[in-house]
Design a protein around this ligand. Structure first.
Ligand code: ADP
Ligand code: MG
Length: 653
């Protein structure tokens, strides 16, 4: 038999013969003792010392290898079904023996030839191993995180075992070509050719004294359930108690997401969802997706019908579980979706990540980044489809999670348009608070010459809907969005435009109605009025003194005497209130008072010669404007007093 040796140096202590010819050596098939590749030795050392706090992962690694071996046999079997021999049912068995202090994992997968054993269990084939080992610092916490990136694999057996024995035979080889590999995980191992009637691999761990806890059927079952429930092969164990006769499958043995979409019933998706989310209700919708090619992963993502109690906690862990090659890796992998999609539940199963990946590593992993952007896209597409095809369900979604989705505008600037497309707002176009419109609906209804998407922010629907700022828009038949969520104030500071249309507040800055039909005429009108009324605006300004920044003539109003406007770059009154309510020290920005020269009260004011009465009227107008946009009076008693004085005067006249 001819074997190619790479970096391993054979030791011929108890070896019969060996003949060297170039870089290829011919050895017989008997027992030989070999040194581990230097890197393996370093890794073994590191692992035994840094992973003792998470010992149970050895079982996950061995089961994962067994499952990979089955996958490979399935794959090779496609070409040559004689590889299945007379044993076509692929399975994994986990056994333990209290007397001998052993745990055994047996599979009937592809198995290994002698050469493969030497290559796979004596060296590390991964590229970058050297650099990886060089990057270790000796700091255990840091190193154990790094090792997560690397993936410990088969060698993790030595975390719990003082000796490991592997017996294997590759599918297709004769029974006399079995191999036994034995090592204590120090510096060397032995391989020998054995007679092995059974195809596949058996790994026997001789446990260290301190790892004796693992010799417990319940413990092993719970580890299997925790990490390997969705391994698609049955994992068998002998039944406990009884006379140790009879086997049972201890995992669910099917990874739903690996199955073909068209073979999966909605019921099965729903049950799976309830399982992963611990929800009692079926989900609103889901998306099952497999990506193949350079990057391979499957995702099965659900939108719940109801909000969890801690939805508002942005630190709330996400509901997406990460699997690597069907092996469970972690719950709530927050790197898989951004916080604004934290309501999504489900799983992602990657074929490209190491099994031992840690949360820390996930944060800077390129593969995860690609998976994440793939998942984000899928969820947004799913929502878009729901919005287009199932309006009622979408409405339910929007009521439940709309506010969370809005955070996306702030979190993900490059997805603004896409996310904003999913938004729904109350609007002057609708008769009730229940009906909402999308930005696309709005744009489709824009008037000729209308350059902006107009909105008003307010504390509630009634305040927004009845805001004096809307008067001119009503008159012109221009739709205005009514933004009443506290988060909307932040939303509009980040979403300055949509589909190249600027979003413009109706209560900020100079109102520019653009080319809207008679807008120009109106402006001229107000400029003319301004010319005639400098006296009036000046007097009001003087009367209100500290309360206003400026008094000017408006063209916003048709019915009210006055309204307040914030400067273009200042915070609106509503945002100011929100910030104050949340305990932030906000210095009040003085508003601009705009007066309607055609309103009878203003008309009357023009001719008011009595200074005291003029002051009172000015203050009343100001306070009313403040009240009508949901503001709070600084001196409510003063307002009532002045108002009553006016009433009395009217009554006496
Ligand atoms: P990985 O699984 O990431 O490749 P491991 O250290 O877990 O790394 O395993 C190293 C290699 O050993 C595997 O790639 C595989 O070729 C081989 N191997 C391990 N266990 C088995 C098994 N049960 N059956 C067949 N081959 C195995
Ligand atoms: Mg492995």
């Amino acid at each position: 038999m001819v074997l190619k040796f790479h970096t391993i140096s054979p030791k011929y202590s108890n070896l019969n013969t060996s003949i060297c010819c170039g870089d290829t050596m011919t050895v017989d098939t008997k027992k030989e003792s070999l040194d581990f590749q230097t890197e393996v030795q370093q890794l073994l050392d590191l692992m035994i010392h840094s992973l003792y706090s998470n010992q149970e992962i050895f079982l996950r690694e061995l089961i994962s290898n067994a499952s990979d071996a089955a996958d490979r046999l399935r794959f090779e079997g496609l070409q040559d079904d004689s590889l299945f021999e007379d044993d076509p049912e692929l399975k994994i068995r986990v056994e333990y023996n209290k007397d001998q202090k052993t745990i055994t994992v047996v599979d009937n997968g592809i198995g290994m030839s002698r050469q493969e054993v030497v290559d796979n269990l004596g060296t590390i084939a991964k590229s970058g191993t050297k650099q990886f080992l060089a990057s270790l610092t000796g700091d255990q916490t840091r190193d154990s995180q790094l090792i997560g990136q690397f993936g410990v694999g088969f060698y993790s057996s030595f975390i719990v075992a003082e000796k490991v024995e592997v017996a294997t035979r590759r599918a297709g080889l004769s029974r006399t070509e079995g191999v036994r590999w034995i090592s204590d995980g120090k510096s060397e191992y032995t391989v020998e050719t054995i007679d092995r009637p059974k195809r596949g691999t058996k790994v026997v761990l001789y446990l260290r004294a301190e790892a004796g806890d693992f010799l417990n059927g319940f413990r092993l079952r719970s580890i299997i359930n925790k990490y390997s429930d969705h391994i698609s092969l049955p994992i068998l164990m002998f039944k406990e108690g009884e006379d140790e006769k009879g086997e049972e499958t201890v995992n669910a043995a099917t990874a739903l997401w690996t199955r073909n979409k068209k073979d999966i019933k909605e019921e099965e998706y729903n049950e799976f969802y309830k399982n992963v989310s611990h929800d009692f209700e079926a989900p609103l919708c889901y998306i099952h997706n497999k990506v193949e090619g350079k990057l391979e992963y499957a995702s099965l993502l659900f939108i719940p019908a109801r909000a969890p109690f801690d939805l508002w906690d942005r630190e709330h862990r996400h509901g997406v579980k990460l699997y690597v090659k069907r092996v469970f890796i972690m719950d709530d992998a927050e790197q898989l979706l951004p916080p604004y999609l934290r309501f999504v539940k489900g799983i992602v199963d990657s074929d490209d990540l190491p099994l031992n990946i840690s949360r820390e590593i996930l944060q800077r992993n390129k593969t995860i980044e690609s998976i994440r952007s793939g998942c984000v896209k899928k969820v947004l597409d799913l929502l878009k489809k729901l919005a287009d095809k199932e309006a009622d369900k979408y409405k339910q979604f929007w009521q439940t999670f709309g506010r969370v989705l809005k955070e996306g505008i702030i979190d993900t600037p490059d997805k603004r348009e896409e996310i904003a497309k999913l938004f729904r707002f109350k609007s002057t176009h609708e008769d009730s608070e229940e009906e909402t419109v999308s930005l696309d609906d709005y744009i489709a209804r824009m008037k000729q010459g209308q350059g902006a998407i107009y909105y008003v922010t307010a504390e509630n629907y009634a305040t927004a809907k009845n805001s004096p700022h809307l008067e001119i828009f009503k008159k012109k038949g221009v739709e205005v969005l009514l933004l009443t969520d506290p988060i909307d104030e932040w939303l509009v500071t980040h979403l300055n435009q949509y589909a190249e249309k600027p979003l413009q507040s109706v209560n900020k800055g100079e109102l520019d109605l653009g080319d809207l039909d008679d807008g120009k005429e109106n402006k001229e009108d107000s400029e003319a009025a301004d010319g005639k009324l400098p006296d009036l605006t000046g007097r009001i300004k003087k009367a209100l003194d500290e309360r206003v920044k400026e008094v000017r003539i408006t063209h916003r109003l048709t019915e009210s005497p006055a309204c307040l406007v914030a400067d273009e770059h200042e915070m609106g009154r509503h945002l100011e209130q929100i910030l104050k309510a949340s305990g932030q020290a906000i210095t009040d920005a003085k508003p601009i008072l705009e007066i309607n020269p055609h309103h009878p009260i203003v008309e009357k004011l023009k001719n008011e010669a009595d200074e005291t009465r003029f002051n009172d009227w000015s203050n009343i107008i100001f306070d009313q404007a403040l009240l009508s946009e949901g503001g709070q009076l600084t001196d409510p008693a003063g307002f009532v007093h002045r108002l009553n004085a006016m009433f009395l005067e009217l009554a006496n006249n």
